[in-house]
Design a protein around this ligand. Structure first.
Ligand SMILES: O=P(O)(O)O[C@@H]1C[C@H](O)[C@@H](CO)O1
Ligand SMILES: Nc1nc2[nH]cnc2c(=O)[nH]1
Length: 298
């Protein structure tokens, strides 16, 4: 059933939230926003001169309720580029409507961001994928959206974007091309894949029959987030780069006794903390140089 659009924040309400943040970050203008997936909050480590603002202080912001999503925005510089990092995202399964799950993306736009990096923990549907592998997202299947539950449903906010956005180049080709170079530079080739991410509602992991169905239609990884945020980001013309960390094997065998669990997911994320931080730093450096900026490396 489609989500209620009642209570949706208007452009002007979101602008008030953005203005509150601007006042608290010395009018810094972040160029890149980074959304941390489950257990991937440490991506914020290494931020220079951080200013951390917890969600409970931010007008209109939802609360994080999932372990591994701490609940704050961190502003500062990464690789010399002004960034905002979202430590703790919102999920549909927490009870939030999809428009609320995605409202931070509009805030990022209003703060002046041009790029969005979206990360997630995901189950490997593709049986070649191993725990700890990185899958750069080249396309998606949005199961909630296909059935009508889309964050862009309802009156269009023309101040953000067009009524009917295109999904062409949704996951920016230039950024993906650069990521392939970074992966070689960091020696991560054996752990790196490109693939299609399916976003489901959660909170349960998939049954064997569901995993088999996803595999049959060409899905490589499955998770409970990302695509709603990407849709709203593309609607307001943020360039998007997204990847999944494969935290558990998808189970396609009825004889398997393996059970995926959130602690296993967090453990896999912890084990890849260092390489993922290096990967993100390099991508941010490239984004900082894509248009004239003050990063000192252009
Ligand atoms: O926020 P992400 O998509 O990384 O979180 C995934 C999906 C569920 O919240 C959780 C399952 O363990 O990890
Ligand atoms: N839906 C889903 N989300 C995940 N997040 C981390 N692992 C999984 C998984 O196996 N399935």
């Amino acid at each position: 059933m489609a989500d209620s659009i009642e209570g949706r924040y208007s452009y002007y309400q979101l602008k008030e939230t953005a203005d509150y943040l601007k006042e608290n970050i010395n009018c810094m203008v972040p160029k890149v926003a980074i959304i941390c997936g489950s257990g991937l909050g440490p991506l914020a480590e290494g931020i220079e001169n951080p200013i951390e603002i917890t969600y409970d202080r931010i007008p209109c912001f939802p609360k994080s309720t999932v372990i591994g999503h701490s609940g704050s925005l961190v502003f500062g510089c990464l690789s010399g580029v002004p960034v905002v990092v979202m430590k703790g995202r919102f999920h549909f399964y927490e009870g939030y409507p999809v428009w609320k799950v995605t409202m931070p993306c509009r805030i990022f736009k209003l703060l002046g961001c041009s790029f969005l990096i979206v990360t997630n923990a995901a189950g490997g549907v593709n049986q070649r994928f191993k725990v700890g592998d990185i899958m750069m997202i080249k396309d998606h299947v949005f199961l909630l959206g296909l059935s009508g539950n889309n964050p862009l449903r309802g009156p269009n906010e023309d101040m953000f974007g067009r009524r009917v956005p295109s999904m062409t180049n949704c996951y920016d080709m230039d950024l993906r091309k650069h990521a392939r170079k970074v992966v070689k530079q960091l020696g991560l080739e054996k752990k790196f894949h490109e693939g299609v991410y399916a976003s489901v509602g959660g909170p349960n992991y998939e049954s064997v029959a569901e995993m088999r169905m996803l595999s049959t239609v060409g899905i490589d990884a499955v998770g409970m987030s990302t695509v709603p945020e990407v849709l709203v980001a593309r609607h307001c013309d943020l360039a998007v780069f997204a990847f999944s960390l494969i935290t558990n094997e998808g189970i396609l065998d009825y004889n398997s006794t393996k059970k995926p669990g959130h602690l296993e997911v967090l453990k896999a994320a912890k084990a890849m903390e260092g390489p993922l931080q290096d990967f993100v730093k390099e991508m941010v450096k490239f984004m900082g140089c894509k248009k004239p900026c003050n990063c000192g490396c252009c």
